[in-house]
Design a protein around this ligand. Structure first.
Ligand SMILES: [Fe+2]
Ligand SMILES: [Fe+2]
Length: 165
C-alpha cells in the first residue's frame, strides 16, 4: 500500500507531468507559428513523452492500491519570445521537475517504500537526460545567434528527433 504522503506526492507528480505535456504542446504550436517546423516536431514528441511519464505514475499508483486524483491545470504561456526562449523555459521547467522527483524519492526512502524507490529510479535517470538534452539545445541556439541559415539547419536537425527517449 502507498502511504497517504507518497500517494498525494505521486498525484502531484501526475499533475506536473500532464502540465509538462501541455507546456511542450504550447511550445510546439509557438514554434510552428514562427516557421520552425523541426523545433515544433521536437516539442510535439516531447509533449507525447510527458504524457507517457504521467501514465507511468498513474499505473504505479493504481498497482499499489492508491487512488488517482486528477486536477485542473493552469494554462501554459502562448508566446515564448523566441525559439531560444522556449528551450530556456523548457530547461528551467525540467530543473523544477527534477527537484520534484528527488523530493519524491526522498519521501519514498523515508517511508521505507522500496517499490516506489525502484519505480522512481527510472525517472531519476530520465531527468538527467532531460536536463542534458535541453541544455545542449540551448547552447546550440546560443551559438547560432542571429544567423538565419544556421538556425534553419539546426531546426532541421531538431526535426529529425525520434520520439521516445
Ligand atoms: Fe517528465
Ligand atoms: Fe526524455
Amino acid at each position: 500500500m502507498l502511504s497517504p504522503d507518497v500517494e498525494s506526492a505521486m498525484n502531484a507528480q501526475i499533475a506536473a507531468e500532464l502540465y509538462s505535456s501541455h507546456l511542450y504542446l504550447a511550445m510546439s504550436a509557438y514554434c510552428e507559428s514562427i516557421n520552425l517546423p523541426g523545433s515544433a516536431a521536437w516539442f510535439a514528441a516531447q509533449s507525447d513523452e510527458e504524457r507517457e511519464h504521467a501514465l507511468k505514475f498513474v499505473r504505479h499508483v493504481v498497482e499499489r492500491g492508491g487512488r488517482v486524483v486528477l486536477v485542473g491545470m493552469d494554462p501554459p504561456p502562448v508566446d515564448f519570445g523566441s525559439v531560444l526562449g522556449a528551450f530556456e523555459q523548457a530547461l528551467t521547467h525540467e530543473m523544477n521537475i527534477t527537484q520534484m522527483i528527488d523530493g519524491l524519492y526522498g519521501m519514498a526512502l523515508q517511508h521505507g517504500d522500496y517499490a516506489s524507490q525502484v519505480f522512481l529510479q527510472w525517472f531519476v535517470t530520465e531527468q538527467v537526460e532531460e536536463e542534458r538534452t535541453a541544455g545542449e539545445i540551448v547552447q546550440m541556439l546560443q551559438a547560432v545567434g542571429a544567423d538565419p541559415a544556421a538556425l534553419l539547419m539546426l531546426d532541421r536537425e531538431l526535426g529529425a528527433r525520434r520520439s521516445a527517449g
